[in-house]
Ligand binder design. Structure first.
Ligand code: 26V
Length: 848
């Protein structure tokens, strides 16, 4: 780990001069003068806070609103970060090394205030300072609207990764889009999901710094002109027909108490000023405004789909927009003006977070050929060393393809380059596999069905130094199935990097009680070196430690009960097994399997088959957003809410079974909920969940997992041991086998009485006010389609849940297992993931 350096003084002007030239430096002696970070004292903090309140918000404390106070507090903390940020930038500039450009269309950051306080070690000081001002830090914390610039796992992973890179002092800029509207806010109306726009910036964005003066032009449409130059070589000129500008928004990414602050650079689209003016001068004011709207639409809203690409033109515009801005920014602003582009591979590695930024490959080619005047071959040799690709899915329908017709219309020059790349690539395939035209068709970057389109995963694989999956099983399936032809051609290109989560946010911040217990037991140092929690293993045998561990869980349950009461009006019963399933709603994740288990328990009790005295009192918490256009997912949400309202109001199961489905599950709620959980539901169909990262967060917070052999569950189970994990269900090869033999869900329905009774009860309209139609879509699909084999795994799931109940009855044994889950899952720190990327893919230096 790098040494802890408080970063008191910073040559701020140097950063400024780098971009503005040397004039100031010679004329103004203070230009290079040191910027002093505000003092780390309560007094110093109070002074800064009041200054921000008075001069920033323009109000005296006595007349300030909660938002004024939050804004001033956020700005105060940002001030502490700024000194460190400038110092980090200056230091990195002094000795330029290869850096990472993390390209991601999503960053699901979560609230910033607490994270920044922890990173700067200012929590206690801020708390005290607010008291001095007569304010509650906790109330101010809650005033923050979380930036939800992502859908789920993929976006949250990007946020964890940049946190780890800052903590490891790794040179990285995260590049993305500053969506004006993040992931929608979910509400329930009569049990159905209704989406409300997430206007997260409406109260002001204190964490970002805009640079409207540093605009990047991005072009679209038009045609390509070619001419033969004096040297006899053909040169291309792209003549676009419309353009927008990208505006830089910097967000600081603080490392954990190491004085390092990295940058997340998000782009906002605005209209080009000349463009507007031309139309305006021609007298068409309405069109001028309209063109403004077209441009600004590009960064307006995050697409809330996270599996089925819709092939929407605006989405391709978003992707090209942010990638073009980012590559331009790197070449023109981050690198010295005399950069020799032949040295690019020693300066940068762009990590492609899924296929969303893959259009960056032809973009870099275009710049190298058309602007830097390299030949195609030279440009290709360089480009192939500058990208690495992470695949995050196994579902074939989630793989992005773009119609050639759309590409030709929006990005004609890029389409030409993609054709050229494909030509070179397919020649290589033919050379290595002569006569195998079927293989050539399978591997081509251009697909023919159902229409001619660009297969972005193929383009990414062809152009990347490395291709990685996100868990062992996933990477294996990528090699063996999804990208089998490619791994046969380039076996050494394929690798695995198992995902991780940041222990700062998801243990230290989210679970202060557990954190204190850990620190009291093994000392400090584990927050940035999570493998150290293994030292807790021996304490699993200590009854006194186990009692303390249970106290922590109980305190977290009390805390989440208060949160859900305040936030959702939900009254959680006390002393229940807390069984939690939180993730996006997807058929493959199988929320329906969980619901069938609940209905089975309920049906057992009300029919008299199950003696209520033998039932472990259980509260099931669901959290799940459905993509707005995903009908089945929305029907499942409705069904969960329907079942919940009947069960929660049925006196026959009172004290035994309760279902909570708080709306709008997000990072903030996750931070409160996960530490309270006893049981973590990770029940996707084997071979479908690439990794999962919620599964890691639960284990690290001492929940036991009930899960299939899927994604990172496999690795969690290996680490915690079979005795401390409830495994059930078919394995991936068994799934493949059953599907090959022909899966008939009705056979399971007919032969399993409990299953039949549960399904019949739902189908009878019992949960839907007598309306049988209301559940018919879901039930019909389960019985006659069931793509994700819910019914096939039902009995195994019930059996595993019975094991859970038996295990929970022995609280000492349960605590022991829970402690071992914490102690043995340090591997899932995203610091370890980042080390793997650094050593195996990026080959960059840290801490210089
Ligand atoms: C795909 C698409 C397709 C086009 C429409 C918009 C859109 C937005 C996001 C995505 C990515 C979906 C893939 C994804 O989120 N994968 C998840 O990645 C996690 C981090 O690696 C992993 O833990 C989850 O298992 C995986 O489902």
């Amino acid at each position: 780990m790098p040494a802890v350096r408080p970063a008191e003084t910073v040559a701020v002007a140097e950063d400024y001069l780098h971009e503005r030239g040397p004039t100031l430096e010679s004329t103004h002696p203070l230009a290079l003068g040191p910027v002093t970070a505000p003092p780390h004292t309560v007094d110093g903090f109070v002074k800064e806070f009041l200054r921000e309140l008075n001069y920033g918000q323009g109000v005296p404390l006595s007349r300030s609103s909660l938002n004024d106070q939050y804004m001033a507090l956020a700005r105060t903390v940002r001030g502490y970060l700024t000194a460190r940020w400038l110092e980090t930038a200056t230091r990195r500039r002094q000795s330029p090394h290869k850096m990472v450009g993390y390209l991601s269309a999503e960053y699901l950051l979560g609230r910033q205030l607490d994270n920044a306080l922890l990173a700067t070690d200012l929590s206690a000081i801020a708390e005290e300072a607010m008291k001095v001002c007569g304010l509650e830090l906790d109330a101010l914390r809650q005033a923050e609207v979380e930036p939800g610039l992502g859908n789920g796992g993929l976006g949250r992973l990007a946020a964890c990764f940049i946190d780890s890179l800052a903590t490891m002092d790794a040179p990285c800029v995260g590049y993305g889009i500053r969506y004006e509207y993040g992931i929608f806010k979910q509400t329930f109306v009569d049990g159905r999901q209704v989406e409300v726009p997430d206007n997260w910036l409406s109260m002001g964005g204190p964490w970002e710094i805009a640079h409207p003066e540093m605009e990047v032009p991005v072009h679209f449409g038009g045609h390509v002109e070619r001419a033969t130059a004096d040297d006899g070589r053909e040169r291309c000129t792209w003549v676009p027909d419309w353009s927008v500008l990208g505006i830089r928004y910097n967000v600081m990414v603080p490392g954990y108490q190491n004085g390092v602050v990295n940058t997340l650079r998000l782009w906002r689209a605005i209209a080009t000023r000349a463009f507007d003016l031309d139309i305006f001068n021609a007298g068409d004011y309405a069109s001028a405004v309209r063109s403004q709207t077209v441009a600004e639409n590009i960064s307006k809203v995050l697409y809330p789909e996270d599996s089925t690409p819709q092939g929407k033109e605006l989405r391709l515009q978003q992707q090209y927009f942010f990638v073009a801005c980012s590559i331009f920014d790197f070449l023109k602003h981050t690198q010295p003006t005399d950069l020799d582009v032949r040295e690019l591979p020693e300066r940068i590695i762009f990590q492609l977070n899924d296929t969303h930024p893959v259009i960056g490959i032809p973009e870099l080619m275009r710049l190298l050929i058309d602007d830097y005047d390299l030949t195609f071959e030279e440009a290709w040799a360089i480009t192939k060393q500058c990208f690495a690709y992470t695949c995050h899915t196994l579902l074939p329908e989630a793989l992005e393809v773009w119609p050639v017709s759309l590409m030709e219309r929006l990005l004609p020059r890029h389409m030409e380059i993609i054709y050229q790349i494909n030509e070179v690539f397919l020649a290589e395939v033919r050379e290595q596999f002569p006569g195998d035209e079927l293989r050539v068709r399978r591997m081509s970057i251009i697909g023919d069905h159902p229409e001619r389109s660009v297969r972005m995963a193929h383009l990414a694989t062809v152009a990347s130094v490395k291709v990685n999956g996100v868990a062992e099983l996933h990477s294996q399936l990528l090699r063996d199935k999804v990208l089998a032809d490619f791994s046969e051609m380039w076996p050494e290109k394929f690798t695995n990097v198992t995902n991780g989560v940041t222990p700062r946010r998801f243990v230290r911040q989210a679970n202060p009680f557990l954190s204190k217990l850990i620190t009291d037991t093994i000392g400090v140092g584990w927050v940035a070196n999570l493998e150290r929690v293994r030292e807790l293993e021996t304490y699993a045998e200590d009854p006194e430690f186990r009692a303390k561990f249970r106290e922590v869980k109980a305190a977290n349950k009390t805390r989440i009960a208060a949160v859900l009461e305040r936030r959702d009006g939900i009254l959680l019963p006390e002393d229940h097994l807390l069984d939690v399933m939180v993730k996006r709603l997807h058929e493959y994740k199988r929320q329906m399997l969980k619901l069938l288990h609940i209905v089975t328990l309920y049906e057992g009790i009300i029919s008299g088959d199950l003696d209520p005295a033998t039932v472990t009192p259980r509260t099931v918490v669901f959290g799940a957003k459905a993509a707005p256009g995903y009908r089945m997912a929305k029907e499942i949400i409705f069904l969960i809410n329907s079942v919940a309202s009947v069960i929660n109001n049925d006196p026959r199961v009172q004290g035994k079974l309760f279902i909570a489905f708080p709306a709008n599950y997000n990072v903030t709620l996750a931070e409160r909920l996960i530490p309270a959980a006893d049981l973590s539901e990770q029940i996707s169909l084997a071979g479908k969940e690439a990794s999962g990262t919620g599964n890691m967060k639960f284990a690290l917070n001492g929940a036991l997992t009930i899960g299939t052999d899927d994604g990172a569950n496999v690795e969690i189970r290996k680490l915690v041991g079979d005795d401390n994990f409830f495994l059930f269900g078919m394995t991936e090869p068994e799934v493949a086998d059953l599907q090959a033999r022909g899966y008939r869900p009705t056979e399971y329905y007919e032969s399993n009485e409990k299953l039949r009774r549960a399904i019949n009860l739902i189908d009878s309209g019992h949960f839907t006010g007598g309306n049988r139609e209301a559940a018919s879509m879901v039930i019909g699909d389960l019985l006659y389609n069931d793509r994700f084999l819910v019914l096939a795994d039902y009995q195994a799931y019930l059996d595993a849940q019975a094991e859970v109940e038996a295990a929970y009855a022995d609280q000492e044994a349960w605590s022991r297992s829970a402690i071992l889950n914490v102690a043995r899952t340090g591997f899932f720190s995203s610091d370890r993931s980042m080390r793997d990327y650094i050593n195996r893919i990026w080959h960059i230096q840290t801490g210089f």
